[in-house]
Design a protein around this ligand. Structure first.
Ligand code: HEM
Length: 513
């Protein structure tokens, strides 16, 4: 009985979706009168409603784009079951058969029920990301509901500018300089808890980046309900990419409930802080200042959003770095040497052994490893914008309402921009890349305000990891999983061991070997 009800509801839901998208497809597929003379970009729109969604999401995105741009080698990919491998092959085959024409760096497609234009040309991507008056951010309504409609990601104009000012105030270099030692304590405590164990790198890195995010957002707030925040977040993220069906028992429903609870926890923190009337130098303090002029709902939505933006992104990059360092012995040795020399210098000068801000600015080799990982892993393969009006661009029409996707991954993997793009080679960043060809943190109006904090927390963790520990990757598989960011297979299981020159009382002894 329950099953049949669920089936009927799903069928009704799908029919409504299908009808809505057919209407959209009909209206959006034709340019408005004024621009009829301009052609649409080349490309195929795929099947009705589904478009090319399957081709794009059910396989390595490089394969999809290769069929369009004819540029990129594919990177290894494996799915766990034979069935899904067969499915993948079938989809790849369909994709290649239907896309015999190569369209260059700007082409049209149809995904997730919307007509869209995909862009892999750096100048064009920059244009789209900087012309806020022509292109606005766009997300599925279910994601907006889950993160909170007042979140920074979804807005343009004065409200967005105010939020950016407040966020940047907390995450700019002058502000994060003061929390280096607190980040270091978090890194050391994580590493200590991993010692001698088989860990899933991604899960543990998430715990590290979550704690750093909480530090930068709430400072060392003693009244923080950390346990509650973490529990709700875990449920929220499990439902984030689920089907948006808000019925009891679904992941989406659980996530929406967890979101409500998160809002209550945050309301409690806001109310306690108001009563205590103390100044706070953290993001919460910045949002709550009178000058900020934000309502409690706006504060809550943005705190939830920033944690969301900060955690999995940075944890994914850290996981890839561990993998690449494990596979490239000479690079690992160069990083270890750089980090060791910082410790030796401190010891020789009789300085405190703790890291400080200027130490983190003196790590060029390690910084290039981060840059190269951001390039090659391109964890945010692309982003979405929507044309606010008909836009004429490079002789083509981008019709009002169409989605526009700047393809970061393709820009980072183009041999026009990076020689031998599939090779992990941090030394390529000894020379500054061509303008606008490297944008792991986006570009323009919505570029990542947390990029300095992300780099800082990665450097701090790598410093202690490489000087005090070694690790080995279990069952080194080369597969990639997408969830939604590209991630090493199974989250990269590794075992971490203390180095022989790192003593159990946690002091570091420099050695000559
Ligand atoms: C390596 C880690 C990270 C990567 C690769 C990354 C990447 C990005 C990218 C590409 C965007 C722009 C998206 C777009 O234009 O649609 C973005 C936006 C954003 N990021 Fe990050 N990010 C990282 C870490 C962080 C951290 C640590 C924080 C917070 C402390 C953060 C907070 C944000 C926020 C709030 C936005 C939205 C900005 C706006 O809409 O104006 N990110 N990030």
């Amino acid at each position: 009985m329950e099953l049949s009800t669920a089936f009927c509801l799903s069928a009704a839901f799908l029919s409504i979706l299908l009808f809505k998208s057919l209407v959209k497809l009909f209206f959006f597929s034709f340019p408005s009168k004024g621009n009829r003379q301009l052609p649409l970009p080349p490309g195929t729109m795929g099947w009705p409603y589904i478009g090319e969604t399957f081709q794009m999401y059910s396989q390595d995105p490089n394969v999809f784009f290769a069929t369009k741009i004819n540029r990129f080698k594919t990177i290894p990919f494996s799915l766990s079951s034979t069935l899904s491998i067969l499915f993948k092959k079938m989809v790849t085959c369909i994709s290649i058969c239907t896309s015999t024409v190569r369209y260059g760096s700007m082409f049209k497609s149809h995904i997730l029920g919307y007509p869209c234009v995909m862009i892999s040309n750096p100048e064009a991507a920059k244009f789209v990301l900087n012309k806020a008056q022509l292109f606005k951010p766009t997300f599925p309504a279910s994601k907006e509901r889950m993160l909170g409609k007042q979140g920074i990601f979804f807005h343009q104009g004065a409200y967005h500018a105010n939020l950016r000012r407040l966020v940047l105030r907390t995450f700019k270099t002058e502000a994060i300089k003061d929390i280096v030692s607190d980040i270091e304590s978090i890194a050391l405590s994580c590493l200590n808890s991993w010692e001698g164990k088989l860990i899933t790198t991604f899960l543990e890195m998430k715990s590290y980046t979550f704690n750093v995010a909480l530090l930068s957002i709430f400072g060392k707030d003693e009244n923080l309900n950390e346990e509650g925040l973490k529990r709700c977040y875990y449920t929220l993220e499990r439902g984030y990419n689920s089907m948006p069906i808000n019925l009891p028992g679904t992941l989406f429903h659980k996530a929406m409930k967890a979101r409500k609870e998160l809002a209550q926890i945050l309301a409690q923190i806001i109310s306690t802080r108001r009563k205590m009337k103390q100044e706070h130098n953290d993001l919460m303090g910045s949002f709550m200042s009178e000058k900020a002029g934000l309502t409690d709902e706006q504060i809550t939505d943005n705190i939830i959003g920033v944690i969301f933006a900060a955690r999995d992104t940075t944890a994914t990059v850290l996981t890839w770095i561990i993998k690449y360092l494990g596979e490239n012995q000479s690079v690992l040795e160069a990083v270890t040497e750089e980090q060791g020399s910082i410790l030796r210098g401190k010891e020789e000068n009789g300085e405190e052994m703790d890291l400080n801000w200027s130490d983190t600015k003196n790590m060029p080799v390690t910084s290039r490893v981060i840059q190269e990982t951001l390039r090659i892993a391109s964890i945010l393969s692309f982003t979405f914008r929507e044309a606010i009006e008909d836009v004429e661009f490079q002789g083509y029409l981008i019709p009002k309402g169409w989605k526009v996707l700047p393809l970061f991954r393709n820009i980072h993997h183009s041999p026009d921009n990076f020689k031998e793009p599939e090779k992990f080679d941090p030394s390529r960043f000894e020379v500054t890349p061509k303008p606008d060809t490297f944008m792991p943190f986006g570009n323009g109006t919505h570029a990542c305000p947390g990029n300095e904090l992300a780099k800082l927390e990665i450097l701090v963790l790598l410093h202690h990891l490489t000087t005090k520990y070694s690790w080995c990757i279990k069952d080194a598989k080369n597969g990639i999983q997408y969830g939604p960011f590209a991630l090493p297979q199974d989250g990269l299981p590794i075992t971490i061991y203390p180095k022989h020159n790192y003593h159990s009382n946690k002091t570091w002894r420099p050695t000559n070997n």
